[in-house]
Structure formats: C-alpha cells, structure tokens
Design a protein around this ligand. Structure first.
Ligand SMILES: [Zn+2]
Ligand SMILES: [Zn+2]
Length: 142
C-alpha cells in the first residue's frame, strides 16, 4: 500500500510504502511553533520505505542533530529527522492526502498541552518526548 502527502502548494510531496511505526499527538513547544498550531499530529515511517516525490524540501537544523524539512515554495512543514531516531522519517498527519484516515494512538509531551485545547480521547498520555514514550517503536529496521 502506498500512502501519499503534499504541502499547501503541492510542489513538495512524498510517499511511503507499508504501515506506520507509530502515530501520535505532540504537545511540545517546538512542534507547536514549527507548525504554528496548538498540537501537532505525527506519524513515523521507516526511511527505507519513504521517498520525496515532487521538489525536494529545504532543511533546517533546528537544534543539533535535529532536521526539519519544509517546502521551499510555500513554507509548509514537511518532515522531521533526528540523529536520535536513526532510520526514521517523521511526517505530519496534516500533510496526508487523506488526513481523515489518520489514527493517532497516544499523546507525548502532554505536560505542555495548552490549557484551552480540549481533547476528549482515552488515548495514553505521556509526559516527555517521543523517545521515552513506550508506544514509540524506535526500531525502524523491523
Ligand atoms: Zn509547497
Ligand atoms: Zn514535539
């Protein structure tokens, strides 16, 4: 199965084969500012199953070993890679061609959730980063 996504202007796009490793919400301040959104929905896929299709994105090293990809033309955030997640590409659920099919299964950095954001779900809510969330399958080789 091929899943596709694209930016606002559609110049930058991607696709991956197969299943996601995980799908979650992140409430951290970095994700929030990067997307200017109150919460960011993420999915993680093995890099070996992923490729950029349209124009290649621009990349910002937002902190040491952390790489944020975005569309050079329209500025949409497009992806995240980090040295501490070798082999993984993190993508925004909001970029999916069919974002309504996204199925988040947990929250991370829940301690940073904005008090005015109402989310009425029964999903596990973890404090701290994805790295420490038990649902995060870091082994992308599987
Ligand atoms: Zn674009
Ligand atoms: Zn985050």
């Amino acid at each position: 199965m091929t899943t596709r996504g694209h930016c606002l202007c559609k110049k930058t796009s991607w696709e991956y084969e197969g299943e996601v490793n995980w799908a979650c919400y992140c409430h951290c301040d970095d994700c929030r500012r990067n997307c200017a959104a109150p919460v960011v929905a993420w999915l993680g896929v093995p890099k070996k199953n992923f490729r950029w299709t349209g124009q290649a994105p621009k990349t910002l090293e937002s902190s040491k070993g952390v790489f944020r990809h975005f569309c050079e033309n329209c500025g949409s955030p497009m992806g995240f890679e980090a040295d501490h997640y070798p082999g993984g590409m993190h993508l925004y659920a909001g970029s999916l061609e069919n974002p309504e099919e996204f199925e988040p299964t947990f929250h991370v950095n829940y301690q940073s959730k904005l008090p005015w954001l109402q989310m009425n779900d029964d999903l596990p809510k973890y404090e701290g980063t994805l790295l420490f969330a038990p649902d995060d399958l870091r082994d992308y080789d599987a």
